[in-house]
Design a protein around this ligand. Structure first.
Ligand SMILES: Nc1ncnc2c1ncn2[C@@H]1O[C@H](COP(=O)(O)OP(=O)(O)OP(=O)(O)O)[C@@H](O)[C@H]1O
Length: 262
């Protein structure tokens, strides 16, 4: 799809039932930081679907609004106007307490820095969200996640006893164990060598294909975006294109077209 108007139309047409029971979407989402002369319109009327059971990459030049979009959809930032839905729940309708609960129970995060607690074993890091919530993991699901991520031999190890790739797999297991409606990955391969980065991308792909997970990933890397089902391109706070079945070459071409020097 070549132009922004067409991209937006498709997104709007798709923004009905697609996220029911999973995924996320925004409707006319605008986010302004500051006010008066200092106002920055980080997102400008963004309507986008992150469909259930699909892997979506979010790309665009520096300052395009990628992190802001992720933070608004994850309920970490308020919208200035417009709406955000996780599944069929509109975030603006929730009290702070219920929003915190939704974030803990229905959203998973994988960051560039793995954010593992150094004193805890892999297993205790994986189940930490549930420990904090005072619940216990579904043993069968925990076993499935550990098996898919090949962490069976590592469960009693602390982060310092694991490689970067193994630590990232623990971080992904922690995101998966609560069966969130969507996982947000922010540059999940940024700190990794290319082989380990490739493994992490395959794991995200497998989480979608084998576990039915919904994944949204912010990345600057066309190779990483090539693992997704589709790529949403942002520029100056607006959606300018959506690419299905992306390849690294097509993504790179599109990024160059947006003036990204990489
Ligand atoms: N807390 C904030 N206060 C003021 N302005 C902000 C804030 N957060 C982001 N911005 C501005 O909003 C715009 C979008 O920023 P954002 O971080 O979402 O872009 P990005 O696409 O993630 O960039 P990058 O690729 O460099 O991480 C930028 O102009 C940025 O300076």
């Amino acid at each position: 799809m070549g132009n922004a108007a067409e991209a937006r139309r498709t997104i709007n047409e798709n923004s009905g039932a697609v996220t029911e029971g999973g995924g996320a979407r925004t409707v006319n989402l605008t986010k302004v930081y500051g006010s008066g002369d200092m106002a920055v319109r980080a997102l400008d009327d963004v309507s986008v679907v992150l469909p259930a059971g699909r892997f979506t990459a979010i790309m665009g030049p520096s300052g395009a609004g990628k992190s802001t979009l992720m933070h608004c959809v994850a309920g970490l930032e308020d919208a200035t106007s417009g709406k955000v839905y996780v599944g069929d729940q509109e975030l603006g309708a929730l009290s702070d307490r219920r929003l915190t609960k939704l974030r803990r129970e229905r959203i998973g995060f994988v960051f560039q820095a793995f954010n593992l607690l150094p004193t805890l074993t892999a297993r205790d890091n994986i189940v930490l969200p549930m420990t904090l919530a005072g619940t216990s993991p579904d043993a069968e699901w925990l076993n499935t996640v550990v098996r898919v991520l090949k962490l069976g031999e590592r469960l009693s190890h602390r982060p310092s006893e694991m490689s970067g790739g193994q630590q990232q797999r623990v971080a992904l297991a922690r995101a998966l164990v609560t069966r969130p409606q969507i996982i947000f990955a922010d540059e999940p391969t940024g700190n990794l060598d290319s082989r380990t980065g490739g493994e992490v991308l395959n794991l995200l792909r497998n989480a979608v294909d084998d576990l039915g997970q919904t994944v949204a990933m912010v990345t600057h890397d066309p190779v990483a975006a090539g693992h997704a089902d589709s790529v949403v391109f942002l520029a100056d706070g607006r959606i300018v294109d959506v690419m299905d079945a992306p390849t690294p070459d097509r993504v790179l071409d599109r990024m160059r077209g947006l003036g990204d020097p990489r």
